[in-house]
Design a protein around this ligand. Structure first.
Ligand code: ATP
Length: 407
């Protein structure tokens, strides 16, 4: 996988029309932005291009847009907030067509350092999500250069992520990545492809089936693979252990055996829970009080459900992390949404926070857990893209990454 990509530092944006694909998919409530993290994260790349004298044309999707273009999923609130953050006008092209006459006119009127935001790219429906040629070309027609800074969308071959790059290239323009993308590539991509060893990968979360390729790929790349969370019980059952009512995927028992054999053949350490915090009934709501009992993995009685790693496993996993130089973590160790069942996830987060290793959190629930538990600033990198980071860990080529020019 070629990960040495051209960035905004490698182009001369002065006087050029630069189309930047951002991730402005912010949560909205009654038209108000409830979390501006993604807008703030996009600022360094945008500011750099403004300072260089580029004509900065921004685009992004917002929401899933199931029922066609609508005001509720317009990027208008983003234009307003972005303008406040930049301290300068952001011209918003509200036209539901995204490209077309209104966009062209707005771009023609731009001066160096101006900023235009196009309407939600998903308003073009399948043309966006199926990588439509026409929409891709219309986007490319607006610009001379293209910057992808939307890591959260980079695993999707959409028109505004991938299709557009072909047309930019065809007219001799450059396709590069922004600072956000660059950071994700440096941490996630290089950690997996070229890790400083020992490299420990930690996987958790609910289902084995969601992470088959991640397990397989990481097993090949890492020195130690740690598996906790709900997905560990399919492995334990595959070893012939009683797992009570714990989460299990019976169709994946053979797969788990295969992975355990593979680990042995490759000489990799595969660590599984040696004890569990169990409950009798799953809490409803999820954070309702629960009574727990801890059992060793070989003494679990029928009728109990393992919902967190136990104290012995916490110590085992923490010890494995201690000597690591690179750690990648995806998926909580238990039902961390419940304070009584969060100790395992906290222990792993703490072990990562205390090591000198490069620590990378692969988005989704583990990122949420780190933020919620107050460990976020202790990690080297917390990925901004759940799905995209998982695909990186699977070793897949991400369209938003491979479409960028190599250095
Ligand atoms: P994302 O897909 O958003 O990146 P993730 O990969 O971090 O998330 P998921 O596979 O979605 O993780 O699983 C997270 C969920 O798994 C949490 O809601 C948690 O409560 C649940 N979970 C973890 N351990 C167990 C367990 N032992 N039993 C039941 N549920 C569990």
């Amino acid at each position: 996988m070629g990960l040495n990509k051209k960035t905004v530092d490698d182009i001369n944006a002065k006087g050029k029309r630069v189309l930047v694909r951002c991730d402005f998919n912010v949560p909205l409530k009654n038209g108000e932005i409830t979390d501006e993290t993604r807008i703030v994260a996009a600022l360094p790349t945008i500011k750099k291009l403004i300072n260089d004298g580029g004509k900065v044309i921004l685009c992004s999707h917002l929401g899933k847009v199931k029922d066609g273009p609508n005001e509720g999923e317009s990027l208008a609130p983003v234009a307003k907030r972005l303008s406040e953050k930049l301290g300068k006008e952001v011209v918003f092209v509200s036209d539901y067509n995204v490209t077309g006459e209104a966009a062209t006119k707005a771009v023609e009127a731009m001066k160096e350092g101006d900023v235009v935001l196009l309407q939600n790219t998903r308003f073009r429906g399948k043309e966006e999500t199926k990588n439509g040629e026409e929409f891709s070309k219309e986007l490319a027609d607006l610009a001379d250069l293209y910057v992808c800074d939307a890591f959260g969308s980079s695993h999707r071959a959409h028109a505004s992520v991938e299709g557009v790059t072909k047309f930019i290239k065809a007219k001799g323009g450059e396709n590069v990545v922004g600072y956000l993308m660059q950071k994700e590539i440096n941490f996630l991509g290089n950690a997996v492809e070229n890790p400083v060893r020992p490299f420990v990968a930690i996987l958790g979360g609910a289902k084995v089936a969601d992470k088959l390729n991640v397990i397989n790929n990481l097993l090949e790349k890492c020195d130690t693979l740690i598996i906790g969370g709900g997905m560990a019980y399919t492995f334990l059952k595959a070893q012939g252990l009683e797992i009570g009512n714990s989460l299990v995927d019976d169709e994946k028992l053979d797969y788990c055996k295969e992975m355990m054999d593979k680990a042995q053949k490759l000489g990799k350490k595969l660590l599984l829970p040696i004890d569990s915090v169990t409950i009798k009934e799953f809490p409803n709501p999820i954070d309702a009080p629960v009574e727990t009992e801890v059992y060793d993995a070989d003494k679990m009685p029928a009728g109990r459900e393992g919902c967190d790693i136990g104290p012995k496993t916490q110590a085992l996993f923490a010890e494995a992390v201690k000597s690591a130089k690179t750690v990648v973590w995806n998926g909580p160790m238990g039902v961390f949404e419940n304070p009584t069942l969060a100790a395992g996830t906290i222990a792993v987060a703490k072990a990562l926070a205390e090591t000198d290793a490069t620590t990378i959190i692969g988005g989704g629930d583990s990122a949420a857990a780190c933020n919620q538990l107050g460990f976020a600033d202790k990690m080297s990198h917390i990925s901004t893209g759940g799905g995209a980071s998982l695909e990186f860990l699977e070793g897949k080529e991400l369209p938003g990454v491979y479409a960028a020019d190599d250095k």
